[in-house]
Write a protein that binds this ligand. Structure first.
Ligand code: BGC
Length: 728
C-alpha cells in the first residue's frame, strides 16, 4: 500500500439505497509508460474497468471483513491497460455492506448498513522518463447511477439494459477512516467453474425450471433477446418440493431473484455483484424460446487450492464425500458461512469450529482462516467474549455461547496442526487468553454457568425436533468446552515459551468439578447421559475413565441404533467410538442410510450437506421453513473421520504440518477398499487399504521430508519416505 491513504473517499452526492454507483474519470498519458499500479478499495463491492476492460479477476472485492475495523486494499498491476487516452470506471454495489436485513433476527437493527457505497483508489503511473503521476479518487471524479438499478445480497438485482444516467454528478468527498486499510490478507474470490444446464423441466404448476444437477453457490450467466422494455426474471431455489414444484420457502425473506430488462438486442449477461445458493432456476417472462444452453451456472468461492481426495468402494459414501466438498465450496466465499442461500449467509463461529478440520483436509485453507481469525480478533469484545458471527453484524454482547465462541481456540489450533503455522498461535494467543479469562468470570465452582448457550444445536435428544438446543445439559457442554479450550491455550502457551501454570490450575479445577458433577463410576451420570455428553467427555479427555465412558457411548448408540447428536456432538462421536475399540459401531453410523444418518440425505438425492438430519423427509414434508438450509456444511465434519480414521491420515501435534504423519486406517468388512490423498506442505501423502482373498493390503506414501508411523491391528510400523506396502 503506497498511495491510497492520500486519496479521498468519494460517493454520489445523493443517497441511493441498494443501488450500484459507477464512478469514472478520464485521463491522458503524455509519454511512454513504464508501469501502472492501481490500489483500490470500496465501501461495498467493486468492479473496476480501464478502457472498458475488467481489472483483475477478483470478484466481490474487497471481500468481507469487519468493515469498521479492517478494510482490504487490492493492488493491481495495470501496466498493459494504459493507453494515451484513458477512461477508468468503477462500479460499486452494496454487497455485504447492505446485508442489514437478516430479517428474522431481533438484532436486525444492528446490521452495519452503510447504505451508500463509496470508492477510494489511487492509480500510479510511472513513465519511462522516470516521472510519476498519481490519479487519486476525489471530487474530480464523476458519479452516476448504473444500469444495475437494484442490488441486494439477499434479494438479487434488477438490471435495466436500456438505462443510462445522462446526468452524472461530480463525486462528493467525505471523511472515512483510512487507518482501517490493510493489504488483502485472504484469498481472492473468483469464478471457479461453469456448470451447464442439465435438464429443462415444466413443473406440475406449469413453471419453467432449469436443473443444474448440483446445489451450488454463484450466479447464472444467460443469453436473452427480448423486446425493448420486456422484463425477464430468474428465481433461484435449492430444491423442488415433493410434488416437483419450484420451492423457495426456505429462503425466508431473501427473494434471490435476478430481474433483467431487455433492450431488443440479443445480450449475454452475468451479474457482477450478487450470488445465490441454488440448484434450480425458474424462468419467468421469457418470450423467446428457452434453450438450456443459454443458461450457465458459474460457481464462485475463495481461491483455495484443493488438497484432499477420498474414495472408497461404496458409491454412497463417495457421494457423501462429494456433498461435503460442495458444502465447503458453497460456503467458503471469503467468510466461512452457515449457508449461502437464505437471508442469513453469516460467518457463524460454531459452524466454522465444527468444520475447520475437514475443511483443512479438503482445501488449503490457511490463508482463508488467517483472514477470518483476524476479523474474529478484531471483533472480540472488551469482555473477552466472541460474537456469534464474524464479521460481527449483530453487535457486541457480554455473553457468548460455548462451542461457538471456541472457534477462537479451535480454529487457530487446527491451522497450526495442518500447516505448522506458529504465527497464527502467536497472533491468536492474547485473544485465547481473553476468552479464557472471560469464562473464568462465569465459573461457579469450576462449572461454566450462564443463562444462555446454543447447546447441542439441532440434536435429536429434545422432546420434539423443533427443540433445537435442548438435549444435552448446556453447562456440561460449556464446561467440557472450557476444559478443551484451556487445553489448547495451555499447549499454545508452552509452545511459545510462556508459563501456563495459572491456566492449568483453572483447567484442573473445572476438570474436577466436571467429574464431581457429571460423572459416576467412570460413566456420565444417568441424568446427564446423552451421546453428545459421552462423546465430549471421551474426546476432550475429561472423563475419569475413558474406556468406561466410551463403552457407555457405544451402548447408547447401539441401543437406539442411530446418531442423535447435533452440532456439538457430531464432530466427535465417531472418533470417540473408533478410538476406543468401537470401530464397527462408528462404521454402522457412517453406513446407515435410514433417517437419521449422513447417508439418508444421499439416499434422498442431496448434492450438498443439509442443515438438519431430516431437512427433507420420506413422506415429502420438510423441516419447518423457519430454518431449513440444503447447503449447511456443519454435519460435513464427518469428512475428518473419513480422512483421519477410515483412510487414516493424521497430523501429529508434536510435529505438525505433516512433518510427522500418523497413519491409523480402520477397516470394515462392508468396504473393499478406501483411499485418500492429501497434498501437504511437505508433499503428497497417500493412504490406501484394500481387502482381497481374506487379506488386507495397506499402501502408504510418505513425502521425502516427512517421517511417518502406521498403526495397524495393534502393531506399529515405522515407515520410510516413498511408497510402503504392508499386508496383514
Ligand atoms: C445458523 C446456524 C448457526 C445457528 C446458531 C442458525 O441460524 O444457520 O448454522 O450456528 O443459527 O445456533
Amino acid at each position: 500500500m503506497k498511495n491510497i491513504k492520500n486519496a479521498k473517499w468519494i460517493r454520489h452526492p445523493e443517497v441511493y439505497v441498494d443501488q450500484v454507483i459507477e464512478f469514472s474519470k478520464s485521463f491522458v498519458t503524455d509519454s511512454e509508460v513504464e508501469s501502472a499500479t492501481l490500489e483500490i478499495t470500496s465501501l461495498g463491492v467493486y468492479e473496476a474497468k480501464i478502457n472498458g476492460k475488467r481489472v483483475g479477476d477478483y470478484i466481490f472485492a474487497p471481500g468481507w471483513t469487519s468493515y469498521n475495523k479492517r478494510l482490504q486494499v487490492e493492488t493491481y498491476d495495470v501496466t498493459g491497460m494504459i493507453k494515451a487516452n484513458n477512461h477508468i470506471t468503477v462500479g460499486v454495489a452494496p454487497g455485504w455492506r447492505g446485508n442489514y436485513m437478516a430479517a428474522p433476527f431481533h438484532y436486525a437493527g444492528n446490521f452495519i448498513g452503510a447504505k451508500e457505497v463509496a470508492l477510494l483508489c489511487a492509480l500510479e503511473i510511472v513513465y519511462k522518463s522516470g516521472e510519476t503521476q498519481v490519479i487519486f479518487s476525489g471530487k474530480d471524479w464523476r458519479a452516476r447511477q448504473s444500469k444495475v438499478r437494484y442490488s441486494n445480497i439477499y434479494n438479487g438485482y434488477i438490471y435495466d439494459s436500456d438505462y443510462f444516467d445522462r446526468k452524472p454528478k461530480a463525486a462528493t468527498e467525505f471523511p472515512h477512516p483510512t487507518e482501517i486499510l490493510i493489504d488483502r490478507v485472504g484469498e481472492k474470490i473468483v469464478e471457479v467453474e461453469r456448470v451447464g444446464a442439465k435438464k429443462l423441466i415444466i413443473t406440475p404448476k406449469g413453471e419453467t425450471v432449469i436443473d443444474f444437477g448440483q446445489n451450488l453457490t454463484g450466479y447464472v450467466e444467460f443469453t436473452v433477446k427480448g423486446e425493448a422494455g420486456e422484463t425477464v426474471k430468474i428465481r433461484h431455489a435449492e430444491v423442488l418440493d415433493a410434488q416437483g414444484n419450484f420451492y423457495t420457502d426456505n429462503l425466508r425473506d431473501a427473494k434471490a431473484e435476478a430481474v433483467f430488462i431487455c433492450n431488443g438486442r440479443k445480450q449475454k449477461y452475468k451479474p457482477p455483484y450478487n450470488f445465490y445458493g441454488f440448484r434450480y432456476i425458474c424462468l419467468e417472462g421469457f418470450s423467446d424460446e428457452i434453450k438450456p444452453e443459454n443458461f450457465t451456472a458459474i460457481v464462485v468461492h475463495s481461491e483455495m487450492k484443493r488438497t484432499g481426495h477420498f474414495e472408497c468402494s461404496d458409491e454412497r459414501i463417495n457421494k457423501l464425500f462429494s456433498n461435503i466438498v460442495w458444502g465447503q465450496r458453497g460456503n467458503f466465499l471469503d467468510v466461512p458461512t452457515d449457508c449461502p442461500q437464505r437471508d442469513e449467509r453469516l460467518g457463524w463461529t460454531g459452524d466454522a469450529q465444527v468444520f475447520v478440520k475437514t475443511a483443512a483436509y479438503n482445501y488449503d485453507v490457511e490463508r482463508f482462516f488467517i483472514k477470518w481469525l483476524g476479523d474474529l480478533r478484531a471483533d472480540q469484545t472488551v469482555w473477552g467474549t466472541i460474537p456469534h458471527v464474524i464479521p460481527d453484524v449483530f453487535g457486541v454482547d457480554d455473553e457468548c455461547s460455548s462451542a461457538w465462541a471456541d472457534a477462537a481456540t479451535v480454529c487457530p489450533w487446527q491451522i497450526y496442526l495442518s500447516y505448522a503455522n506458529e504465527q497464527i498461535l502467536k497472533d491468536s494467543l492474547d485473544s485465547m487468553k481473553e476468552y479464557i479469562e472471560y469464562i473464568k468470570t462465569r465459573l461457579v465452582d469450576g462449572i461454566w454457568v450462564q443463562h444462555w448457550h446454543f447447546g447441542d444445536w439441532l440434536n435429536l435428544d429434545g422432546s420434539s425436533d423443533q427443540d433445537c438446543s435442548k438435549g444435552t445439559d448446556k453447562q456440561l457442554i460449556a464446561t467440557a468446552f472450557f476444559i478443551y479450550s484451556s487445553e489448547i491455550l495451555i499447549k499454545s502457551m508452552k509452545l511459545l515459551g510462556e508459563d501456563a501454570s495459572e491456566v492449568e490450575a483453572l483447567r484442573n479445577g473445572s476438570l474436577e468439578a466436571f467429574r464431581r458433577r457429571y460423572m459416576k463410576e467412570g460413566r456420565i451420570a444417568p441424568e446427564y447421559a446423552t451421546q453428545t455428553a459421552c462423546a465430549l467427555a471421551v474426546r476432550f479427555g475429561v472423563s475419569d475413565d475413558i474406556a468406561e465412558t466410551a463403552a457407555q457411548l457405544n451402548e447408547l448408540v447401539t441401543e437406539c441404533g442411530h446418531i442423535k447428536t447435533g452440532f456439538v456432538g457430531t464432530p466427535y462421536i465417531l472418533h470417540a467410538l473408533s478410538d476406543n475399540g468401537y470401530v464397527k459401531t462408528a462404521y454402522d453410523l457412517v453406513l446407515r442410510e435410514e433417517y437419521p444418518s449422513w447417508l439418508f440425505s444421499v439416499k434422498m438425492g442431496a448434492t450438498t450437506i443439509w442443515e438438519h438430519w431430516d431437512s427433507f423427509r420420506e413422506d415429502g414434508s420438510m423441516w419447518s421453513t423457519s430454518m431449513n438450509s440444503f447447503n449447511h456444511y456443519a454435519y460435513g465434519c464427518v469428512g475428518d473421520w473419513l480422512y483421519g480414521d477410515a483412510a487414516g491420515i493424521n497430523a501429529d501435534e508434536s510435529n505438525p504440518g505433516y512433518a510427522n504423519i500418523i497413519f491409523r486406517p480402520l477397516t470394515d468388512e462392508r468396504l473393499d477398499y478406501v483411499k485418500a490423498s492429501l497434498e501437504t506442505r511437505k508433499g503428497l501423502v497417500k493412504s490406501e487399504w484394500k481387502r482381497e482373498n481374506g487379506k488386507t493390503t495397506y499402501t502408504f506414501v510418505v513425502p521425502e521430508e516427512s517421517t511417518a508411523t502406521a498403526y495397524i491391528g495393534g502393531k506399529e510400523y515405522v515407515l520410510k519416505s516413498g511408497t510402503n506396502e504392508i499386508t496383514e
